[in-house]
Design a protein around this ligand. Structure first.
Ligand SMILES: [Zn+2]
Length: 398
C-alpha cells in the first residue's frame, strides 16, 4: 500500500501524491524559544521525524525538503529578555541551543532548513506589504497592520467553521482597532512607550512601502513567508499540533493564499495532545514537564517508544509509570540493534509489512509490533532488514 495520510482539510485518509517526487516538501511549525520546550512539543518533533524518515525511505534521502522554523522574535521572548536582563537574541539563542541538544538526544534528524524570524525579515516585510497593497490588510491608527478576514471568505476552513458562525460568537472588543472579530495582527507597531528591547527590530531597511512603523511581525506571518521562500507557493505537507489548526494555520492559509491564489499545502496533518490525568498539558495550566526534565528522568529511547506506541491522532496520557513501562521494550530493541550491527554486512530495506503499517496514516504502534517481531527472530540474514526498520522509527542503540 502506498502512503495514505489523514488530511485535516478534507477530514479523510487520502493517498499521498507529491507535486514532484524529486523534491517532496514538508513544513512543521517549530517552537518559540523563550523557555524550555515541553513534552507536548516533543511529541510533534518525534511524530514528524518519523514521517520525515518514512518520506526519505520512500523518495530517497536527497529528495525530501523538511522545514521547521524558530519563532525567535516574539513578545514572550522580549518579556523574558526583560526578566533576564539580556538581549532578546541571546535569550532565543540559549533555548535554541538546548532544543538542538535535546533533539539530538532523541535521535530526531535535523530538518533541511531551520529558518528564524530574525533572518527572514525581508520576506516577512514584503509579504505584509503585498497584503496591504492588495487590500487584504489595513494599517490601523496605532500603526499595527491587520489582516482583513472579510476579504477571505473561506477563513477557518481547516476547522470547518463558516466565517459567519465564528463571528456570531465573537465580538470585536470595544477598544480594538479591528474591523471584524477574527481579524489578526500581521505587524505590531512599536508603542510610544516601547522599550529599547522592543525597538530592536526596525523594518526601515527592508523598504516597506505601505506601512512604516518600527515594530515586529505578528506570529502567523512568519510561516507563510518562510514556506514561500524555501518551498514555493504550495507545500506537499504542512504539519503541527492540533491546537494550531485555529487560529495559527487558518491565518497562514489566509495570508498565503490571498497572494498566491494556490493552496498553501495539499495535505494538512495534525497530531493530538499530551494529557496529564486526562487534561491537556500546557504552559498555561502549569502541568507540564519540560523536555530537559523528561530527559533527566527517562532514557531518550524510552520516551520515543512511549510516544510512538500511540497513533499520532490520539491523545497520549503522560505518567512516569507509562514511560517506565515503555523503557523495557525500548531497551530490548536497543540490545537487538547492537547485536544486529555486529552481524549486518550490507544496508537493508524494511519489510513490506513494516512499511505498510507506516503507510497506513503512520500507524507507528503496528510498525513497533513488526519491529519487535523482527527483533525476536533476529538472525544474520535478517539483521540488515531489521536495522533499516529501526532506523525509520528513529530507534538507535545508544
Ligand atoms: Zn506555523
Amino acid at each position: 500500500m502506498a502512503l495514505h495520510l489523514t488530511n485535516t482539510l478534507t477530514r479523510k485518509k487520502e493517498l499521498f501524491t507529491p507535486q514532484n517526487a524529486q523534491n517532496v516538501t514538508f513544513y512543521t511549525c517549530g517552537i518559540t524559544p523563550y523557555d524550555y520546550a515541553h513534552i507536548g512539543n516533543l511529541r510533534v518533533m518525534v511524530v514528524f521525524d518519523v514521517l520525515f524518515r518514512l518520506l526519505r525511505q520512500t523518495y530517497g534521502e536527497s529528495h525530501v525538503t523538511y522545514i521547521r522554523n524558530f519563532t525567535d522574535i516574539d513578545d514572550k521572548i522580549i518579556q523574558r529578555a526583560h526578566e533576564m536582563n539580556q538581549p532578546p537574541t541571546d535569550v532565543a539563542e540559549k533555548y535554541i541551543k538546548v532544543f538542538h541538544q535535546n533533539m539530538q538526544a532523541m535521535n530526531c534528524l535535523d530538518p533541511t532548513h531551520e529558518p528564524r524570524v530574525s533572518t527572514s525579515m525581508q520576506e516577512i516585510v514584503e509579504m505584509v506589504d503585498a497584503l496591504v497593497a492588495s487590500g487584504y490588510a489595513y494599517v490601523a491608527a496605532s500603526g499595527d497592520v491587520i489582516y482583513r478576514t472579510n476579504r477571505f471568505p473561506t477563513f477557518g476552513q481547516l476547522v470547518n467553521r463558516k466565517l459567519a458562525e465564528q463571528q456570531s460568537g465573537a465580538r470585536v472588543e470595544v477598544d480594538s482597532e479591528k474591523e471584524s472579530a477574527h481579524d489578526f495582527v500581521l505587524w505590531k507597531a512599536n508603542a510610544k512607550s516601547a522599550t529599547k528591547m522592543e525597538q530592536a527590530f526596525i523594518p526601515a531597511k527592508y523598504g516597506a512601502k505601505h506601512f512604516s512603523a518600527a515594530g515586529r511581525p505578528g506570529w502567523h506571518i512568519e510561516c507563510s513567508a518562510m514556506s514561500k521562500q524555501l518551498a514555493g507557493a504550495t507545500l506537499d505537507i504542512h504539519a503541527g499540533g492540533e491546537d494550531l489548526q485555529f487560529p495559527h494555520h487558518s491565518c497562514e492559509i489566509a495570508q498565503s493564499e490571498a497572494l498566491s491564489h494556490k493552496p498553501l499545502a495539499n495535505y494538512w496533518l495534525h497530531n493530538s495532545f499530551i494529557t496529564v490525568g486526562g487534561q491537556k498539558m500546557s504552559k498555561s495550566l502549569g502541568n507540564f514537564t519540560t523536555i530537559p526534565q523528561a530527559l533527566e528522568q527517562f532514557p531518550p529511547m524510552a520516551l520515543r517508544y512511549w510516544l510512538l506506541q500511540t497513533h499520532y491522532r490520539k491523545p497520549v496520557d503522560f505518567s512516569p509509570d507509562a514511560v517506565k513501562a515503555a523503557a523495557k521494550p525500548a531497551a530490548r530493541l536497543q540490545k537487538a540493534i547492537a547485536a544486529a550491527q555486529a552481524m549486518a554486512t550490507a544496508k537493508g530495506t524494511p519489510t513490506e509489512a513494516f512499511i505498510a503499517a507506516l503507510n497506513d496514516d503512520l500507524n507507528t504502534s503496528k510498525a513497533l509490533a513488526e519491529l519487535n517481531k523482527a527483533a525476536a527472530e533476529l538472525s544474520a540474514e535478517s539483521a540488515a532488514e531489521f536495522l533499516a526498520m529501526a532506523d525509520v522509527l528513529g530507534i538507535n542503540a545508544t
